[in-house]
Design a protein around this ligand. Structure first.
Ligand code: M6R
Length: 613
């Protein structure tokens, strides 16, 4: 979603700001803007479209300044256009503001400000905030920091923001609640980013702002942090856990392809140090303190969104099968609003790649209020979800930049499997032989994914068949039903082809009406308990002249002979099969989207981290 960068120091601000905006493009946005402060004057440039459009728009301007703020906006309030793009100015032009998040009470605040004669140029909630700050400053006769603190005290909602003032040369005010913001510390310079991507090139010393903190950045002064009640806070300086090469394409055409190919490593990294050399102990350091709570849990609730929710569905199979404790998998967005029954002996597992998904965060807070133990599975170190859960395990997949989640999914399933194995062993709900079979099976997964990645060209050829299709059905059963959902999500979000995932047996309860010679049906038919039933499901599709694209275990001639296209993948234990079966579907979606000329890494309307409701 929206992205923030800001700079104040002795260097030129604009090159950092524009480069920073490019680094944040992966988050998804529809307009961009920059405000520069020099000689007590604010100059503002903003444009609908890509950062490159903004760059062209500014090309002939004088862009010299040592202080500036810049933003990529993902529209919530008001359509994507130049006026609604950030930064927004106060009425007298003396203040400029960029903002991530949502001011939920913006309408009542706006009505109040309209009555007081303020004129609005945009339809955004952000503009309300800058007029409010200006109004408080004038009427209360307070300095700017106090005005910001007072304004933020009346705001309901979330914010990460940065403010320039023509009165305070070289100064930036930054604040945060519910939306991440970090400050990079250089020598007589400060960098601000909504994540580490714009900053990592310049410094690894960072301060993560906490909720309701307000920071004042001035290159000639120490970093000052207060909260919105004006109480002094002590900055905690941390090392930014990010490397520049991790956020670059490294020779791949797209981040998505790079991330698909990184899966063998991501899985190895997610397992690293968690299985001892004798393989008889699986242990996740981050949850040790809460292990007893997990061992005694009467029920697990998994809350997540999108791909992470699909990983949760796979987790449900693995947990129930190995630990024999009931698991419920919830869309975080629904869970938070339906007054769910949560008991103190429940354990909620929140899964999130970004660690910033607003609905998942709200589900966590709800579960905590009701006394449940909350465990996180996150990819982004230090993210809001990682910090708000009682304990958790990182996935260690490395930064995921492509909007379509790939390596995060397989890493999440890996961590869920490790969790289940560790608990099952301690509870005695798994036989020793099956335990070793799964541990060894997990260890062999990276190599099996390598073998699938070698089929990239073969899958690219199959993708041609999909280019002009309007609809695709994905079918799977058991632990591979979530893989069908995930395959369909990948295809629809990046190729814009309508795709639906179904449990294969559900087809005859409705979707079979859609099958004709124009309908491709992607079916997961690897070796599993219900294999024979899947073969029958394939017959049902074929009888109606549907086209079969199957994913089968190596050597399966039966389904291969029934299929129009077939991708063979290495055999593995049924419970682990999502880790391999999801990979050809990722590659298929990637190639279809590419052939259709879609922007694979930044699909329309989507954001990488959905930090608003
Ligand atoms: O960062 P999270 O894992 O919490 O994000 C959840 C979803 O927004 C995310 O998985 C989304 O569905 C992806 N675009 C899927 O590829």
């Amino acid at each position: 979603m929206c992205g923030i960068v800001a700079y104040t120091g002795n260097k030129q601000a604009y090159p950092f700001l524009i480069n920073g905006l490019k680094r944040l493009e992966y988050r998804g946005y529809d307009s961009a803007g920059v405000a520069l402060l020099s000689e007590n004057q604010i100059r503002l440039y903003k444009k609908q479209g890509k950062v490159a459009d903004l760059e062209r728009f500014c090309a002939t301007e004088d862009l010299s300044a040592h202080t500036g703020i810049a933003h990529t906006r993902w529209a919530t309030h008001g359509e994507p256009n130049d006026e609604n793009a950030h930064p927004h100015l106060s009425e007298d032009g003396s203040l400029a503001l960029i903002h991530n998040g949502i001011v939920e009470n913006y309408l009542s605040l706006k009505n109040e400000l309209l009555k007081r004669g303020y004129v609005f140029k945009s339809h955004t909630d952000t503009e309300v905030l800058i007029h409010l700050i200006q109004d408080i400053r004038k009427t209360e006769q307070v300095d700017l920091v106090e005005a910001v603190q007072m304004a933020l005290s009346v705001v309901v909602g979330t914010y990460a923001l940065a403010i320039l003032s023509s009165e305070y040369s070289k100064q930036i005010i930054a604040a945060k609640k519910g939306s991440p913001l970090l400050i990079g510390l250089g020598k007589n310079e400060f960098f601000v980013g909504s994540d580490g991507a714009p900053i990592v090139e310049y410094t690894q010393k960072v301060v993560y702002l906490n909720d309701e903190e307000v920071a004042v950045l001035h290159p000639d002064k120490e970093l000052q942090i207060t909260n919105i009640r004006n109480e002094k806070q002590r900055p905690s300086i941390q090392k930014l856990e990010l490397k520049l090469e991790q956020i670059e394409k490294g020779g791949f055409e797209h981040f998505m392809l790079k991330e698909i190919f990184e899966q063998p490593k991501a899985i190895v990294d997610s397992m690293r140090g968690r299985i001892n050399t004798q393989k008889d102990v699986v242990s996740l350091g981050g949850i040790i303190e809460y292990e007893n709570k997990m061992l005694n849990a009467k029920r697990f609730i998994i809350a997540a969104c999108g791909t992470s929710w699909h990983a949760g569905l796979v987790g449900e199979h693995i947990f129930e099968s190995l630990i024999r404790v009931p698991v419920e998998v919830e869309y975080a967005s629904e869970f938070r609003y339906r007054n769910p029954i949560i008991n103190e002996d429940d354990v909620l597992i929140a899964i999130s790649q970004s660690g910033e998904t607003a609905d998942t965060l709200a589900a966590i807070e709800l579960a905590k209020r009701k006394g449940a133990t909350v465990i996180g599975i996150c990819n982004v170190v230090g993210s809001s979800i990682a910090r708000s859960t009682h304990a958790g395990s990182y996935t260690h997949a490395g930064p995921e930049i492509g909007v379509a989640s790939t390596k995060a999914f397989t890493a999440q399933v890996t961590v869920l499997t490790l969790m289940a194995l560790s608990l099952a062993r301690k509870k005695g709900t798994i036989s020793l032989s099956y335990y070793y079979q799964l541990v060894n099976g997990l260890g062999a997964i990276p190599e099996k994914i390598e073998a699938i990645l070698k089929k990239n060209d073969e899958i690219k050829e199959i993708a041609r068949y999909f280019v002009d299709k309007q609809n695709v059905i994905y079918l799977g059963r058991g632990v591979n039903f979530p893989v069908a959902l995930e395959g369909a999500l990948k295809l629809k979000e990046i190729s814009y082809i309508h795709a639906e995932g179904y449990p294969a047996a559900e087809m005859k309860h409705g979707p079979i009406a859609l099958i004709d010679e124009a309908m491709p049906v992607v079916i997961l038919a690897t070796e599993q308990e219900t294999y024979e039933k899947i073969v029958s499901n394939i017959q049902e599709v074929k009888s109606r002249r549907g086209k079969i694209i199957s994913i089968v275990s190596e050597g399966d001639e039966t389904v291969k002979n029934m299929s129009d296209f077939c991708i063979e993948i290495p055999k593995t234990e049924e419970l682990l099969s999502p880790l391999v079966a999801s990979v050809p579907l990722q590659l298929l979606a990637y190639h279809v989207a590419l052939l259709r000329g879609c922007d694979v890494d930044k699909p329309r309307n989507l954001a990488k981290s959905v930090s608003v409701e």
